[in-house]
Design a protein around this ligand. Structure first.
Ligand SMILES: NC(=O)c1ccc[n+]([C@@H]2O[C@H](COP(=O)([O-])OP(=O)(O)OC[C@H]3O[C@@H](n4cnc5c(N)ncnc54)[C@H](OP(=O)(O)O)[C@@H]3O)[C@@H](O)[C@H]2O)c1
Length: 251
């Protein structure tokens, strides 16, 4: 398997994607795609890895995230993510951009930020990138307050939520919507059966207390029970433990 830092062409991207997810990986499937990195407790419970310097790192997990971004008409994050990652920026390396173009995308995706607007830094670099077009999705009053100082589109909704954000993106024509947000906003999507695909990376190994986030699924058995069987997991040794990668069809 080639490494993500040695990708030069769209064919290289395709080869690595197939190595991680199999020849029949459903990469053309449209809909709501949740991409996430979890860690497995010894008892099998699956928790979110808190983003930050203490989280175990995997270049293949980062590739999984970038590959999902490359598939997206729209990416959904939250105000919490902007606070957790003050330097977060959206851009694709050349090979992934070529792979995206080969799959029919012209230009970058929308980057929707779901937020109450109460603690939003309008100077955050993700709100000023060139590839993804930011949209702040918030309540009606907050939108009125933020609009004069924002350099991007601000949408005010009477009842903002993840479901409302997805509905708005669909009305805007987005067919593949990548959800990168945390468990508090993604859990309800599983409860309402709104996830079409889960791009899942699972870390097994020691996890610092600072990197331990909230539970997303009770355990792996719950994932298979709710979502069905995914692509066979591909396991890599990295970051002081093992990572497994797979795509699960969704509910
Ligand atoms: N490993 C992974 O794949 C991954 C992915 C994402 C996040 N995480 C981690 O997950 C941890 C916890 O994340 P979380 O679940 O608390 O965060 P989250 O779901 O990403 O975001 C929660 C935030 O979403 C916004 N929000 C939620 N509902 C809203 C509504 N109805 N209207 C307007 N805004 C709304 C609010 O932003 P405002 O506060 O701006 O109002 C709220 O603070 C974080 O530590 C993060 O590092 C991990």
């Amino acid at each position: 398997m080639s490494t993500p830092d040695a990708l030069h062409t769209a064919d290289d991207v395709n080869a690595l994607a197939r190595a991680l997810y199999g020849e029949r990986a459903p990469l053309d499937r449209r809909g709501v795609i949740h991409v996430t990195a979890l860690y497995a407790e010894r008892d099998g419970a699956l928790h979110t890895l808190r983003i930050g310097p203490h989280a175990p790192k995997s270049v293949y997990d980062f590739f999984a995230l970038q590959l999902t971004r490359a598939r997206a008409d729209a990416i959904v994050i939250t105000g919490q993510i902007l606070r957790d990652e003050p330097e977060l920026q959206y851009a694709l390396p050349e090979a992934l951009a070529a792979w995206r173009a080969r799959h029919g995308h012209v230009g970058g995706p929308k980057l929707l930020v779901l937020t109450s607007g109460n603690a939003l830094d309008l100077t955050h670099p993700a709100l000023h990138g060139e590839w993804a077009s930011p949209v702040i999705f918030t309540g009606t009053e907050a939108a009125t307050r933020l609009r004069p100082n924002a350099s991007c589109t601000v949408v005010g909704h009477p009842e903002p939520s993840m479901a409302a954000a997805i509905a708005w993106l669909r009305e805007e024509g987005a067919r593949t919507i990548a959800i990168e947000s945390g468990p508090s906003t993604t859990r309800p999507l599983y409860e309402s059966g709104s996830v079409d695909q889960l791009v899942l990376s699972i870390f097994r190994g020691p996890v610092a207390d600072e990197a331990r986030g909230p539970r997303l699924f009770a355990n792996e058995a719950e994932v298979w029970q709710r979502l069905g069987t995914g692509t066979p997991p591909v396991v890599r040794d990295e970051g002081g433990g093992t990572w497994s990668f797979q795509i699960v069809p969704g509910v």
